[in-house]
Design a protein. Structure first.
Length: 312
């Protein structure tokens, strides 16, 4: 039997690109890798534009296409998780729906998989985004790299996983997932391929600063215990400083007969300690609400509709 490749494409307000990307995948797979079977699974993540209608049209005209629609917007990561669970391929590729991930790169990834690599990651060496987006992205991935050494500095979203890797990642049940960390955490035989992300020509990115910032907080707390350790360090330094300060006050009072006068230094000390305490409580709260979210054990997503003969 021919090996099967599954393409997973989360969709959120991508009207206008879906017909194009399905045609590109179909044409290139048929031309470049005719010995392989393939399926294209689109996951509509609660889009409110015409994406779902376009997907139904794409499905009606392409036998390789299967479509799933969530009951509401759950986010890109739940879309990828759903794709991993629904895909039947011997290899599974997730890519974006905005035409910024070139399909030709996916063909190269498949060829590396056929040569024996179990995870093939395409990382961005250049991206045609704004200066601010590029800057914040570099800062984010530089911090991530301190905790995940294999993380490419440009990050990645475009990856191929062998069936063995897909089965392994489907065993992970955390609520607040970081896709890149999960893939790199798996191990297996890993290959990195560079590529240049294309300019987005249709539609507008829904990945604004607020979403990027929230994902940064989620990711950093997910992969690092540094904030907790930093709080311990600050607490130790503050306690030691306070002890030294108490000795100085005691010495001045009993030796120099000069009791400490003035409330300004006291207020400064109180404000520093109070502000530091509130900051520490906030960081602890970030970890606690994630624990609470895990305990609720809600599903990552809810499927409203599936269309495709082979979807289970």
């Amino acid at each position: 039997m021919s090996k099967l490749v599954s393409f997973i494409i989360p969709v959120y307000h991508n009207e206008g690109t879906l017909t194009i990307i399905s045609s590109q995948i179909t044409n290139l797979m048929t031309k470049e890798l005719p010995q392989l079977d393939f399926e294209i699974i689109f996951i509509n993540d609660g889009s409110t534009d015409g994406s779902w209608d376009e997907l139904k049209s794409v499905h009606a005209n392409n036998e390789h296409v299967k479509i799933i629609s969530f009951s509401r917007n759950f986010g890109q990561i739940p879309g990828i998780i759903c794709g991993w669970k629904e895909a039947k391929g011997d290899a599974v590729i997730n890519m974006s729906a905005d035409l910024q991930d070139p399909v030709e790169q996916a063909i190269e990834m498949i060829k590396n998989w056929l040569a024996g690599d179990e995870i093939v990651i395409s990382y961005r060496i250049a991206r045609n985004d704004s200066f601010f987006t590029n800057l914040t992205s570099k800062i984010f991935y530089a911090l991530m790299k301190n905790n995940v050494p294999k993380m490419p500095l440009g990050g990645f979203d475009f990856a191929l996983l062998d069936r063995k890797a897909v089965n392994a990642v489907n065993q992970l049940n955390e609520r607040n997932r970081v896709y890149q960390y999960d893939v790199l955490w798996l191990g297996f035989k890993l290959k990195f391929l560079p590529y240049e992300r294309l300019v987005r020509e249709i539609g507008k990115s829904q990945w604004g600063f607020k979403k990027r910032f929230n994902y940064f907080i989620l990711s950093y707390l997910y992969v690092s215990y540094f904030p907790i350790r930093l709080m311990s360090g600050i607490g130790l330094i503050t306690s030691f400083t306070g002890f030294l300060y108490a000795i100085i006050v005691f010495f001045n009072y009993f030796v120099n007969k000069a009791p400490f006068n003035g409330w300004t230094p006291l207020m400064i000390v109180l404000l520093i300690i109070g502000g530091g305490t509130m900051l520490m409580l906030g960081i602890i709260g970030e970890y606690i609400w994630r624990i609470y979210d895990e305990l609720k054990n809600k599903p990552h997503y809810i499927i409203d509709e599936k269309i495709g003969n082979n979807l289970h």
